[in-house]
Design a binder for this molecule. Structure first.
Ligand code: PLP
Length: 714
């Protein structure tokens, strides 16, 4: 970063500091500085401030340093930034001043902060990123722990045959907002973790998320054996053995990293079971300080929180005992227990035999547990009741805290304009207050509709510009240009479906009855179109088949280009989809969707959901803010699919399409706009990370931080 600072004109000295704090990712005015600095570069780098600063010419820098209007904006942003970095006025500091010196450490395999830092794959990671951003906004003493994967997560290319290809691009550390952590002598710091018979070293990178630091481990250092250097190469790739090594690094290494940097966390929060080995490391530390195993377990319980994320049994990591033996052979002695007792901590019957299950480990050794929606809480209590054989299902101590989204990150610029105007300039400060959103009643229909149509036009332009770029670059054949959405109609009712292609999400449900769908899409007076996007895990063959199936539909003449599949779904394109379509479609096989968050992002921007009544939508749907496909009795998965598809067609034909096309003489669909308004009003505050992180704090963190039963401050 120093070389960057050195080449800045005096008046713009702090631009690199701004670029190296991803606070810009949720501050529109800060992003605007980089956009105005060099607009073509801003676009070319896909909105990457660090890269913009690396590439911008001295001439341009000098010109901006003389530009009074630019300097005014810059100075204003730096003032806002400085204020945002002080925590004295934050919610946590004002409410819990006696707890501000404690540390909450949050462990996650992935963090989705911005598309320029590809260390996330989907919902789980974006939740972690949003959690960190909100923790910063609320002033929590928060530290994140994860990995910097030198090859990131893959970029998706789908050639005209429809079979997804995974492209890995090495991260250029100069182009991402990460800096190595150094000791007082200026040397890069390392943590050392014994894994198998060797010691594996990891470099520590720091990402600044507003006020909160995020520390990322990376084993690609010359001191390591080649196999160990690969350990953190990519997110979610490799076999079970690679996975156990990564999880040891995250859990055991993460705890060591915290102590090395001088943190003594009061709370350790596990986002999914990947980091659950941290429980063993905490116990080992307590035992080495003189506690018995049982005392060490009690101590560890008082400090730890586990959030489970999946109601799909196969989605919980489990390792065969021979791998546990190989990697923990030297460990159970240090805990003061036998191999049998050690393995019992995670013992669980998997579909393929007995194994060591990370969720079971977390449920046995962590102190507090939660699912991520009310329904998911119920399902989790049922799924894991056997861990508490003495308790009735309703008494299983897994609670729930429903997910949310980081509102400043996911609000469209144009919607922000409406919110500023009608909710008051300080709406962001208290956006989890339901009363605030009642003021939306004052927004004229015409204005809300106009803003929506602007966002829709932006989405269409984005898709066309993308298709045109690959066409010009000669990287694709005409089929891909067509499938990418070039025949989409900016006025037609547009349905969006974008998420990971996992089979339970049933991306192809809409294609159950092709003739019926054709009638809906190609209606002369009331045309409908559907945009799909999403990646399948590279090892998920059925997921890739689903993509191919949807791709084939997008190619089919039968649908006349009214079905599109847009490749390489990420946080960048996600923004356009969740701001620019008319309806957000979600068709999971109930109750597999633990929460889902993309529908929350859509709702926030006035896009109503049409969804199976599952996950968050069970709590979000109120009869007036979207549409719901309710459960009917079924005897088999096929019958469930069939019922849901019939209900989906019926709702489209009888409710969604007629309401959208009932427009008055000036082209405003009044009834539809009411649903849009209600979507924002009822969902925006409730499904925010502001509400969510406050709940984590009052319901879980405080108890761990005080060590006593929680007493609410007056
Ligand atoms: C929000 C988001 C997700 C999660 O979507 P779900 O509906 O929860 O599956 C996945 N990927 C991206 C890029 C997102 O922005």
């Amino acid at each position: 970063m120093k070389e960057l600072v050195d080449r800045m004109p005096n008046k713009l000295q702090r631009l690199p500091e701004l670029a190296y704090n991803v606070w810009w990712s949720w501050n529109a005015e800060a992003r605007d500085i980089f956009r105005r600095l060099d607009y073509p570069l801003w676009r070319r780098t896909q909105h990457n401030p660090v890269r913009v600063l690396r590439l911008v010419s001295d001439q341009t820098l000098q010109a901006r340093a003389q530009d009074a209007a630019f300097l005014r904006r810059y100075n204003k942003v730096m003032m806002d930034y400085d204020r945002a970095m002080e925590s004295g006025h934050s919610w946590f500091h004002v409410t819990y001043p006696h707890l501000t010196r404690k540390t909450i450490a949050y462990f996650s395999f992935e963090f989705g902060l911005h598309s320029s830092l590809p260390i996330y794959s989907g919902g789980l990671g974006i939740l972690a990123g949003d959690h960190a951003k909100e923790a910063s906004d609320l002033g929590l003493p928060f530290v994140g722990i994860g990995f910097l994967y030198p090859q990131g997560y893959f970029r998706q290319h789908v050639p005209s045959h429809g079979w997804q290809e995974a492209v890995y691009e090495p991260i250029d550390y100069n182009n991402v907002p990460v800096l190595p952590v150094r000791d007082s002598a200026g040397r890069e710091m390392r943590i050392d973790v014994p894994i198998d018979s060797r010691v594996v070293h990891a470099r520590i990178w720091r990402v600044q998320v507003g006020r909160a630091p995020l520390f990322l481990m990376d084993t690609d250092v010359p001191e390591n054996e080649p196999w160990d250097r690969e350990l953190s190469a990519r997110l979610y790739s490799g076999d079970n053995e690679m996975r156990i090594r990564q999880e040891i690094m995250l859990g055991v290494g993460g705890v060591r990293l915290l102590h090395l940097l001088g943190y003594d966390p009061a709370v350790l929060h596990m986002n999914e079971g990947h980091s659950a080995f941290l429980l063993l490391e905490m116990i080992r530390r307590h035992v080495s300080e003189g506690l018995s195993f049982d005392e060490a377990v009690e101590r560890t319980k008082s400090q730890t929180i586990f959030t489970t994320h999946t109601p799909v049994p196969a989605g919980h990591d489990a390792f065969p005992f021979h791998l546990m033996d190989k990697y923990f052979y030297g460990y159970w002695g240090q805990l003061g227990i036998s191999r049998e007792r050690f393995l019992a901590l995670g013992r669980h019957e998997e579909s393929w035999g007995e194994a060591f299950n990370m969720t079971v480990l977390a449920l046995r050794l962590a102190g507090q547990y939660n699912g991520v929606s009310k329904l998911h809480g119920e399902v989790s209590r049922q799924m894991w009741q056997r861990v508490w054989p003495e308790l009735a299902e309703s008494e299983v101590p897994i609670t729930s805290i429903t997910n949310g989204i980081h509102v400043p990150s996911w609000t469209a610029g144009e919607m922000r304009y409406i919110f500023n105007k009608y909710l008051g300039a300080d709406w962001e400060e208290h956006h989890d207050d339901p009363v605030l959103w009642e003021r939306l009643a004052e927004v004229p229909d015409e204005e809300l509709w106009r803003v929506h149509m602007t966002l829709k036009a932006k989405l269409m332009n984005f898709l066309r510009a993308r298709a045109r770029r690959s066409w010009v670059d000669g990287l694709c054949d005409p089929t891909e240009v067509l499938v990418g959405g070039t025949l989409l109609d900016p006025d037609a009712l547009t349905i969006g479906f974008a998420r990971r292609f996992a089979t339970y999400k049933r991306a192809s449900l809409l294609f159950t009855d092709m003739d019926r769908l054709q009638n809906i899409l190609l209606n002369m007076h009331r045309p409908v179109q559907v945009i799909f996007a999403g990646k399948a895990h590279p090892a998920d063959e059925p997921g890739k088949q689903l993509i191919q199936q949807v791709y084939t539909m997008a190619k089919a003449n039968q649908f006349g280009g009214r079905v599109a599949f847009v490749e390489d779904y990420d946080m960048h394109s996600a923004r356009y989809f969740k701001q620019g379509v008319d309806v957000w479609l979600n068709t999971p096989r109930r109750p597999r969707e633990a929460s889902g968050t993309s529908g929350m992002k859509a709702s926030l921007n006035g896009i109503p959901n049409l969804s199976i009544l599952d996950g968050w939508w069970v709590e979000g749907y109120n009869g007036a803010n979207g549409w719901s496909i309710e459960e009917q009795p079924f005897a088999s998965a096929e019958e469930q699919d069939y019922n849901d598809a019939q209900a989906l067609y019926r709702i489209l034909e009888e409710e969604v399409v007629p309401l959208y096309y009932t427009q008055d003489r000036d082209g405003v669909p009044r009834g539809w706009v009411e649903v849009m308004r209600e979507a924002v009003r009822s969902n925006a505050w409730r499904f925010s990370t502001r509400r969510m992180v406050k709940e984590y704090t009052t319901e879980l963190y405080l108890k761990a931080m005080s060590g006593d039963p929680v007493v609410e401050p007056a």
